[in-house]
Design a protein around this ligand. Sequence first.
Ligand code: ATP
Length: 771
Amino acid sequence: MGEREEKQQEQQRVNRVITEIKRQIDETATAVEAAHKETRAVERNYSENASINRYEVDDIAESRSMLEQQRQLVSRAAESETILKHQLATLKGLQGSPYFGRIDIKDPGEDEPESLYIGTASLMNDDKTDFLVYDWRAPIAGVYYNGTLGKVSYETPAGTQHTELVKKRQFTIKNGKITNMFDTNETVGDELLQAALGEQNDQYMHNIVATIQKEQNDIIRDTHSDLLLVQGVAGSGKTSAILQRIAYLLYHSRTVLNADQIVLFSPNNLFSHYISEVLPSLGERNMRQVTLEGFVRRRFEGLKVESLFERYETRQAHPDASRAIADFMEGVTMMNQVRQYAASLTDQDLQFSDLRFNGRVFFSADHIREVYESLPSAMHPADRMVRLKNKLIRELQHRVRIEAKSDWVAKELDDLDTQQLHRLYGKKMVDDFADEDAQYAYLSRRWAKRRLRIIADAIYNNYFLDFYNQYERFLRQVTLPKTISVREWADMIAAYQDEIEFHRLELMYAAPLMYLRDLITGSGQNRSFQYIFIDEMQDYSLAMMVYLRHAFPQARFTVLGDSEQALFKPLQLPETMLKELSGVLDAKHPNLIALRRSYRSTKEITDFAKALLPDGDQIISFTRHGAKPRLLVRYSAASARQALVDEVNKLHQDNETVAILTKNRQQAQDVYQILHRQKLADLHLLSEEDSALPTGILVLPIYLAKGLEFDAVLAYDVSADNLKNTDAVGMVYTMASRAMHQLTLLSNGPVSPVLNAKACQNLVIEHEIVQ
Ligand SMILES: Nc1ncnc2c1ncn2[C@@H]1O[C@H](COP(=O)(O)OP(=O)(O)OP(=O)(O)O)[C@@H](O)[C@H]1O
């Protein structure tokens, strides 16, 4: 058959499938409507009955059980409505482009091959006897991503299966029309990938299921490892791979895993927004997302914990200051010492704290200690804490009765307005009381109880232990490494005390402090999370990883990073990192996958970026061509400003989004001011608080651009002067690798030596001519 006829035949099949999809859409839409009516009807019925019951026949068992039955009806109706809506959304998703791949396989013993089509979701024919489209996550679809023609195998729940792959065909289908189609023997041919990568970026990341590459597929389909470490160069698809991996895991463990049991630690809020559409586009709910800041802050209410960005900015300003201390605080040895300390604590070592109410001591530290010491010392300390809490709560209940009779309660009751009083009665009516005294005693008790809830909360939250003080005592007895003098350590402790005084906490203290607190109280662990994903792991300390292991004891970890992009850490070999992490995370089945091919940027940009790195040769650029990156060198502030404005305008003509990336927040503000004065349209200055990524001209410091990509990037300012105190290689590399299509570097003064001779060969350099 000729190529044209083949295409015609394939187009006819696409047409047939789309007709079937449309039919199913109509059918499902009608079903959704009916289900919606049903839900509304049972809801109405339920709420009418519920309101009647509340006022007239309270507490009658029969009506309760009827209500319960109806409540179940409501939730079942709502559930079927949700399922139908989901089906409808899936069908609509398939409508324009029902599939992207075809494999012909010949099973052993069969004469004729069978054709299977692969798309973002499964689709069955009318009578549910045949798959018109296979979900990309189905076991057999693994062959499409992994196999070259010939004998192939794939994993199924029933074990490894063997077959023969006789044809692999790729399609691009847009609005129901095949725009591109070809047969290939490669995993997924470059042609399709080139087309996908050549498109303009928009505010959201896209799924990559049509063009997943072999190594990415290994990451996605790895269900065996409990620690999967992905070391991938910039733009190699680490983030893409883990998002499709989440979709894959959800698909294969539907009954035991849901999106709420998966947490992704993402580098910043902009990133969370950027990736938020990928899973929904694959018909899945988003996993939970948290930034390291968010995670830590929630554990230190009332304290302002330094953010990664703040730490980054301070370290930039004082690059060598207390590096040894920070390295020590953030290492594994520190966490081991915390564990030893917590295990060896005696009763006398524990630092109890008064619990205060209304300016007076309610439970004194001495009293709490007494209660604690009265509990059997052979008990596990964490269990003993729980017992202590229970005892304190019981004591509090007793004290509520006494406090209810005190003057302050009487006075506060007096001051209540009618509405407040009314609420205080709760379910009781005035007629329910024998006399006024009984009524007053009831109200006083309720008021005292309500006001003293704050003490109950404090007990619950372990506020009777003074952790900041306990931590300080711990620090005082730490065995120091040789790199740190006793004097330096004492200074650091003094600085820590000052910070606590002002309700601030440096990030480096967070992991050991949380760990100490959890070990003493036996709290802080969450067993419901099954998978933890950490993106940009090069920003996490090992101490933090130890803590995360402790906090999520049941979870498997997928950890992604690129040590070249570390903005303030020395490079580390992936194998060393795996070994270290396996130890820290106590992994039984660790696995390391390296991604070396960079997809994001044009070949010209990647070639420049890799030349910056000493071991850049290992990075493989993807063959998609574009303009050579430019370097503009200016020798005065005024001409640098002019070049900035001109270049941004120029880049914006060809690109929807142009990002100007700076070293820090201050420079981002300065650049923004310059451009703002020129009244550039669509200009945005982004900060840590931003959670949505606009298009247009964006100005942001580099650490906020982590994980993101832009059509064009202008790196501001790569002069020797500006980059002298920083890890300039990591910074320029990260900036350059954010660009998809165009890159310009601007230097205000002589250029930083980071731009070595080899890197410069990959640039078009334009010097200002100074007369
Ligand atoms: N197989 C693929 N098919 C199509 N596009 C891909 C593929 N792999 C990666 N990409 C694209 O390449 C770009 C970079 O991918 P991604 O952001 O996942 O890389 P990364 O390794 O996390 O990058 P970085 O570490 O630099 O932030 C994205 O636009 C992504 O859509």
